[in-house]
Design a protein around this ligand. Structure first.
Ligand SMILES: C[S@@+](CC[C@H](N)C(=O)[O-])C[C@H]1O[C@@H](n2cnc3c(N)ncnc32)[C@H](O)[C@@H]1O
Length: 298
């Protein structure tokens, strides 16, 4: 029977492996202008008072190479903090924000070693492309951390896969991962997995029945660019989340779902729980990748 200490070691080893993969195959995507503070605050203004989006403090949990923070730093005047376990991502994030001076601070650390008292309080937290590539105990820690680091009325942008198609994607990833050989280079592993997708597509095409949904999933995963394919397909923690589950977990800490950035199809006057359930109903028809905005109670 493993002790708690060895369970912790295993979890930290897994985290190192996941973050180490971002050193092996760097992920360096440009910032999303759609996530600029003014847009996030504009969404929140539909649920309360409009706020100044310039003089704010921003935290990015899993900032990667810091592209979003670099953009946000140019649009705001408050403190900027980024954290990531990937050493190469950390070095790049520090370099690209150096011109902002001591306003920007970065930490190269496992999320498990971060606590809200040390990090401080923020008006806006970015948590983009991260939650669904971390193991469940890390996810629980991250949600507590987000809640603990938000100022009253503060906002968190959390991205995640939700709905039926991503669920099937996660199942496909599992199959592909089982056939992957860790001794191979990332490029070879991606090639092998793509070949296996073609085998699956040809096999189901010969079977009776309606395979449109699965064919769509296969097509979507095939169309994913190599870097994302590598990190998502080979990550044993990859999974989907439901908006209601996030609302439940964060709600326990006084943080509630406002809406998705794009699309934002839910009635402005419904409760957070009702909006989250509507989001899940919406994503059940197919689903996809969403940027959820959550707000800490004032
Ligand atoms: C897909 S990248 C997203 C980076 C950035 N947010 C972006 O959107 O470009 C996921 C990031 O999570 C980081 N990460 C994964 N597990 C972590 C952990 N346990 N502690 C800290 N960072 C972690 C990885 O190193 C990687 O940089």
């Amino acid at each position: 029977m493993p002790s708690d200490a060895s369970d912790d070691d295993i979890l930290r080893g897994l985290n190192m492996l996941i973050a180490g993969n971002y050193d092996l195959v760097p992920y360096d995507e440009p910032a999303s202008p759609g996530l600029d503070p003014e847009h996030v605050f504009a969404l929140a203004a539909r649920y309360g008072q409009a706020r100044d989006a310039r003089n704010i403090d921003i935290l990015d949990l899993g900032c990667g190479t810091g592209a979003q923070l670099e953009r946000a730093a140019g649009l705001t005047t408050g403190k900027i903090v980024g954290t990531d376990l990937s050493q190469s991502a950390y070095v790049k994030a520090v370099a690209r924000t150096a011109r902002f001076g001591s306003r920007c601070r970065f930490m190269c650390a496992d999320f498990l070693d971060l606590d809200a008292d040390t990090l401080g309080k923020f008006d806006l937290i970015y948590h983009v492309g991260v939650l669904y590539v971390t193991p469940p105990p890390v996810q629980r820690h991250l949600l507590r951390l987000i809640a603990g680091c938000l100022k009253p009325g503060g906002l968190a942008v959390i991205s995640y896969y939700a709905g039926t198609v991503p669920l099937l994607m996660a199942g496909l990833h599992k199959v592909l991962r089982a056939g992957a050989d860790n001794a191979e280079s990332p490029a070879e592993q991606v090639r092998t997995a793509r070949a296996q997708i073609r085998v699956i597509a040809n096999t189901i095409a010969r079977q009776a029945g309606d395979h449109r949904l699965m064919s769509g999933v296969l097509q979507q995963v095939s169309g994913t660019q190599d870097t994302v394919f590598f990190h998502e397909m080979l990550n044993q923690s990859f999974g989907t989340l439901s908006t209601s589950a996030l609302e439940l977990a964060l709600g326990a800490h006084g943080v509630h779902f406002l809406n998705w950035m794009q699309p934002a199809p839910f009635e402005a006057d419904a409760s957070a729980k009702a909006r989250a359930m509507m989001a899940d109903a919406y994503s059940f028809a197919g689903g996809g990748y969403f940027y959820g905005v959550f707000q800490k109670d004032p």
